[in-house]
Design a protein around this ligand. Structure first.
Ligand code: NAP
Length: 314
C-alpha cells in the first residue's frame, strides 16, 4: 500500500483532467487513475469545433493530450491503470487497481458515460469518419448532407431534430414499430418535413465504398427481412449512454439510470467524495461542461480538505 494521498481522481476525460489541473495547482499533488479509455470520449472524435479558444477547431486526441500535459506540468501524477474496487465506507478511502492499492482523503469520480454502440465492426472503424455519437459535436459537418440517426428514444429524436438544421434529410432508423420517446418529441419529429422513418428496421452494415468515410448504410426490415441500402454520409448512433458507475453501486447515491447524484456543487452523498463530468450529467454531456464541473469538483475537494482536522497540504 502506498502512502495516503490528498486526492485521487478516477478518470481522465475533460472532467478528470481539469480537476487534476486545479488540484495540482492547489498543491494537492493529485493522482489520476486514467482508466481503460484514457482521455475519454474525445479520443474517439476527430475535429472539435466547439471547444472555446480554438477558432479553427482542434482534434479531440490533441486537445486531451494538451490538457493532460498541462495537468502534469503542475504536478499531477497519472497512472495507466483500471480501478477494480473501491471502499468509500471509511476515510481515508481505499482504491485498488490491478497493480496497486491507494488511499486518499478525498476522491473525485470522473469515470464518464459510454455511448452505447450497435456493435458493428464498421461502426467502430468509421467512428469520427461519418459515424458519431454526438449531434451537437458533429452536426455542423453535415451541411446539406443526407444522414441517419439510429434509435427511438428521446435522445435519438432530439438529435434528429437538431440535425435538421444542417442536413437536407434525416432518416431515423428504429428497431421497433413503436418509439420509446415522449409523445411531444414524437409529434415534433413526425411533423418535420426533413425527417423520414425506417421503423422496425436494424442497421446491418455501415459502408464506406473503400473511401474511409461513410457513404451508405444497409438496413434490414425485421418483419419482412427486406434489405435496403440507403445513401448517407453520416450515421448518428443515439441508442443511449451507460454511466460508468458499476464500482460505486451501493456506495454512492445513483439516479434511476445509474448516474451519480450530485448536490451543492459536485458533492456526492459521501463527504470527501465528489463527482464530475458525464458520470453525473445525463443532460448536457459536453466536453466543456464536463471540464467546468471538473473545476468545480476540484474546488469542492480543496475546501473539504481545508476542513479535515490535521490535514496537511504539504
Ligand atoms: P433510451 O430512452 O434508453 O432509448 C434508447 C433507444 O435506443 C430505444 O429506442 C432503444 O430501442 C434503442 N436501442 C437500444 N439499444 C439498441 C440497439 N442495440 N440497437 C438498436 N436500437 C437500440 O435512451 P435515450 O434516448 O438516450 O434517453 C435516456 C433518458 O434521457 C430517457 O429517460 C430520456 O427520456 C431522457 N432524455 C430526455 C430528453 C428530453 O427530455 N429532452 C432528451 C434526451 C434524453 P427500444 O425502444 O426498442 O428499446
Amino acid at each position: 500500500m502506498t502512502s495516503p494521498r490528498h486526492v485521487i481522481i478516477i478518470g481522465s476525460g475533460p472532467a478528470g483532467l481539469t480537476s487534476a489541473l486545479y488540484t495540482a495547482r492547489a498543491n494537492l499533488q493529485p493522482l489520476v487513475i486514467e482508466g481503460l479509455e484514457a482521455g475519454g470520449q474525445l479520443m474517439m472524435t476527430t475535429l472539435v469545433e466547439n471547444w472555446p479558444g480554438h477558432r479553427d477547431g482542434v482534434m479531440g486526441p490533441d486537445l486531451m493530450g494538451e490538457i493532460r500535459a498541462q495537468a502534469q506540468k503542475f504536478g499531477a501524477e497519472l497512472v495507466q491503470a483500471y480501478v477494480t474496487s473501491i471502499d468509500l465506507s471509511t476515510r481515508p478511502f481505499t482504491i485498488t487497481t490491478s497493480d496497486a492499492t491507494y488511499t486518499a482523503d478525498s476522491v473525485i469520480v470522473a469515470t464518464g458515460a459510454s455511448a452505447r454502440l450497435l456493435g458493428l465492426p464498421s461502426e467502430r472503424r468509421l467512428m469520427g469518419h461519418g459515424v458519431s455519437t454526438c449531434a451537437t459535436c458533429d452536426g455542423y459537418f453535415f451541411r446539406n448532407h443526407e444522414i441517419a440517426v439510429v434509435g427511438g428514444g428521446d435522445s435519438a429524436l432530439e438529435e434528429a431534430m437538431f440535425l435538421t438544421r444542417f442536413a437536407s434529410k434525416v432518416t431515423i432508423v428504429h428497431r421497433r414499430e413503436t418509439l420509446r420517446a415522449s409523445k411531444i418529441m414524437q409529434d415534433k419529429a413526425r411533423a418535420h418535413s426533413k425527417i423520414v422513418w425506417k421503423l422496425n428496421s436494424e442497421v446491418e452494415e455501415i459502408c464506406d465504398g473503400g473511401k474511409g468515410e461513410v457513404t451508405s448504410m444497409v438496413i434490414v426490415n425485421r418483419a419482412t427481412g427486406a434489405r435496403e441500402e440507403i445513401p448517407v454520409t453520416g450515421v448518428f448512433v443515439a441508442i443511449g449512454h451507460t454511466p460508468n458507475t458499476s464500482l460505486f453501486k451501493h456506495q454512492l447515491e445513483l439516479d434511476a439510470n445509474g448516474y451519480i447524484l450530485t448536490r451543492d456543487g459536485m458533492k456526492t452523498n459521501i463527504p470527501g467524495v465528489f463527482a464530475c463530468g458525464d458520470v453525473q450529467d445525463p443532460v448536457y454531456r459536453q466536453a466543456i461542461s464536463a471540464a467546468g464541473s471538473g473545476c468545480m469538483a476540484a474546488l469542492d475537494a480543496e475546501r473539504f480538505l481545508d476542513e479535515v482536522p490535521g490535514h496537511l497540504q504539504s
